[in-house]
Design a protein around this ligand. Structure first.
Ligand code: MN
Length: 409
């Protein structure tokens, strides 16, 4: 035989108007359900779940009977919502432990949908044996979050599976490895959200009796704010005739994976979640890359064209100037432009002193030309003007008139 004693308590908490949690304990099954939905519909959903799961399991007391029980409860909730449109969208979690007859004896078996939890307690230590069906917890199963990150993640309360919602009611079902003296705590999130694991472990364990322990737990949840309905069912196993194989060191392990078959292994995450998550992540990465690339391309285009315009302007001019001795052709803006310095592109053989004095002054101020060729020919012209002047031995005026005379003659 496997037998348990139990104590249970359900409290509305300090904030909510009504208590939408339900629970039921018989000699064969203990159930906690946390209902949700407006107009007190959550209360109805959780009550239906508790009643239907217990009834179906009584008729079909097997592990698959537990699955059938959850499916039947899901149907019953949806039928009720169709019959009462004001209850549309109502749903509930379910966590239960049932004693399933096997050839060895009664095997304690857990079934879970949603984020109500089961914990196992032994020698003052406690471990969570269910995994929440929340977005954050599914991400932990996929390796995208650590359990510590999930515990504070904003989407830890967003359920991925509930009863009452089509296609999202697939339960985790797994047997437990228990010993006489072990306690099992079933609770709604109104307890687990308010009370730390350490507090729960000490308050739920001996020397406290089952009745003291349940009262302790509810009082502590209210002490921390009581923001949700609080339901606690605490079982103590006096005899255990059948048990799941213990795969590792014992009950005090930290994660749910260690001792019992992990629910995640039994039940893969629903497709809707696992498909949706990477797509979001991919799209985010892609958008980031494209926006960055576009920004960089635009930036380089602007910088590049600005650079070319500036360089074109800087180099678009040629001028004649003195390099100190001879007439020289430079490319660039006289005196430079920004960081572009003029550069010498062509020397001439004409000494600066071999220009007329006025031209020497002009040369000191630089003389702009459109091309190297223009600059060369103008330098030659200036030099020739000086040669003519030297030949005629006269001043500028004389040269001019002489030239005029020559042209006329
Ligand atoms: Mn709740």
């Amino acid at each position: 035989m496997t037998t348990w004693r139990y104590a249970a308590s359900s409290d509305v908490g300090l904030v909510r108007e009504i208590n939408e949690d339900s629970f039921l304990v018989t000699p064969d099954i203990a159930i906690v359900a946390d209902g949700m939905g407006g107009h007190a519909a959550g209360e109805i959903a959780s009550a239906i779940a508790v009643e239907v799961v217990a009834n179906v399991f009584t008729v079909e007391p097997t592990a698959s009977g537990l699955r059938d029980a959850v499916a039947a409860a899901n149907d019953a909730i949806r039928d009720d919502a169709l019959a009462h449109p004001e209850r549309a969208g109502m749903g509930t979690t379910v966590v239960a432990v049932a004693l399933v007859p096997t050839s060895q004896g009664l095997l304690p078996t857990v079934i879970n949908v949603g984020d109500s939890r089961a914990y196992q307690l032994r020698d003052g230590a406690m471990r969570q044996i269910t995994l929440d069906h929340s977005v954050a917890e599914e991400w932990v199963r996929q390796g995208r979050l650590s359990p510590e990150e999930a515990a504070v993640h904003p989407r830890r309360h967003q359920l991925t599976r509930t009863l009452g919602v089509e296609g999202l009611s697939e339960p985790d079902v797994f047997p437990l490895a228990l010993e006489p003296g072990d306690r099992l705590l079933l609770c709604s999130d109104g307890l687990s959200n308010e009370v730390s694991d350490d507090e729960m472990a000490s308050l739920a364990s001996s020397p406290y009796s089952l009745e003291e322990a349940t009262a302790n737990l509810v009082a502590m949840a209210n002490h921390h704010g009581g923001r949700d309905n609080i339901t606690v069912v605490l079982l103590e196993f006096d005899e255990v005739s059948a048990s799941a194989p213990v795969s590792t060191t014992g009950v005090v392990a930290v994660t749910p994976m260690d001792v019992t078959p992990a629910p995640a292994a039994v039940q893969p995450a629903p497709e809707i979640t696992s498909a949706a998550v990477p797509r979001t992540a991919r799209r985010r990465t892609k958008r980031f890359t494209w926006r960055t690339a576009l920004f960089l391309i635009t930036l380089f285009a602007v910088l590049g064209s600005t650079f070319f315009v500036l360089r074109w302007y800087a180099n678009s001019n040629y001028y004649l100037a003195s390099n100190g001795t001879t007439v020289t052709i430079y490319q660039g803006q006289p005196g430079g432009f920004l960081w572009f310095k003029p550069k010498e592109v062509q020397g001439t053989t004409y000494l600066v002193t071999q220009l007329r004095p006025g031209d020497q002054q002009s040369l000191a101020l630089t003389i702009s030309e459109a091309s190297v060729e223009d600059a060369i020919s103008y330098a030659t012209y200036l030099h020739n003007q000086w040669v003519i002047e030297q030949t005629n031995g006269g001043g500028t005026t004389t040269t001019t008139s002489s030239t005029t005379t020559t042209a006329a003659g």
